[in-house]
Write a protein that binds this ligand. Structure first.
Ligand code: SF4
Length: 338
């Protein structure tokens, strides 16, 4: 039987564990410091905990770390890490960009949401990641100590696994954890309203919404979630929060030829976002097998961007990274692609 994992636990939670093992209460803060700050990989290395304490911990618990199965490095420096988890395999992608190193993490094995253009969605759902599984993506990669930012934008819909995702964010932003500012963290969702409300109430991290089409009846054709949560209701909820200061909201808009790329869409999108302080990221669609759509032509993407910019909406065409190792948006499938 596998042992309980300690990764993700707060010093308070660790305290009841060490007390139950008959160890001094201060062992809890030592443990947190070794796991989250010094990032050691075994109890053995926790040199200021007594030998007996380390043995007791190792007999009853595990830290929850596991090495990647494989690492793929792109020509542009992007690195994709493949991890084995219960239910299958997941991927985390490290994206370097000048001074920044952003880690795109997965939150589920596969996904229930069934977006037609997404390789992860094609796989179906094989399970939620635990807090430890999510944190392991930060702790078991070569760039662990160099990461500057993170996005919950890998495999899965993070708000469909809210408890584990918020548990991981708690470690990222706590002084006893990684000590990151919430400004370094962005969660991307297709718009699950109940989880979104909790996220906006309970955290100060940034938000990205995968919008892709401003017309509900068209959006539904590619994104079944639209039936449960109308994108207009998602926007109504977002408008109740303040995005004029430190916290930011952005909208992801993947561009498909002849589906969402003409100025009729740009005009509807501008109306939908009117008055909201936000940014729109236009993303090139990466063709996937058995899906009949191509990426929108470059001139249409430029016209779309210019239209939104004229309407006062900050809009950029996002450079794509890691295409050659299948690490770009919508291509994560948790398997060997090379
Ligand atoms: S786009 Fe996101 S929410 Fe939709 S199927 Fe893919 S992983 Fe799930």
């Amino acid at each position: 039987m596998s042992k309980e994992k300690l990764l993700g636990k707060s010093p308070e939670e660790l305290k009841s564990i060490v007390l139950s093992l008959g160890l001094p209460a201060f062992t809890a803060s030592q443990l947190a410091s070794w796991m989250y700050r010094k990032r050691v990989r075994s109890f053995e290395q926790m040199s200021d905990i007594s030998k007996k304490g380390r043995e007791l911990l190792a007999e009853n618990y595990e830290i929850g770390l596991s090495d990647p199965l494989e690492v793929f490095t792109s020509r542009d420096g992007t690195r994709k890490y493949l991890f084995e988890v219960q239910g299958g395999a997941i991927e985390a992608v490290m994206i370097p960009d000048e001074e920044r190193k952003t880690l795109c993490v997965s939150s589920q094995v596969g996904c229930k949401m069934g977006c037609k253009f997404c390789m992860t969605g094609r796989q179906g759902f094989h399970g939620n990641l635990s807090v430890a599984d999510i944190l392991n993506q930060y702790l078991s990669i070569e760039e662990s100590q160099e990461l500057t930012n993170t996005v919950f934008m890998g495999m899965g819909e993070p708000l469909d696994n809210y408890e584990a995702v918020s548990g991981a964010i708690r470690v990222l932003i706590s002084d006893w954890g990684f000590g990151w500012s919430p400004k370094r963290i962005t969660l991307s969702t297709i718009g699950l309203i109940p989880g979104l409300k909790r996220y906006l109430d309970e955290s100060r991290c940034h938000l990205a919404v995968s919008l892709h089409n401003p017309f509900p009846e068209e959006r539904f054709n590619f994104m079944p979630i639209e039936k449960a949560y109308d994108i207009r209701d998602v926007l109504d909820l977002i408008r109740r929060y303040d995005f004029s200061g430190q916290r930011r909201v952005s909208f992801e808009y993947t561009m498909f030829a002849d589906w969402n790329d003409d100025l009729r869409h740009a005009a509807a999108l501008a109306r939908l976002l009117k008055g909201l302080e936000c940014r729109v990221n236009l993303i090139r669609f990466h063709k996937i097998p058995d899906f009949p759509y191509d990426c929108a032509p470059a001139e249409k993407m430029i016209a779309f961007r210019d239209y939104l910019s004229e309407k006062g909406i900050t809009c950029t065409i996002r450079a794509s990274k890691g295409e050659d190792i299948f690490a770009a948006c919508g291509l994560l499938a948790g398997k060997h692609n090379s």
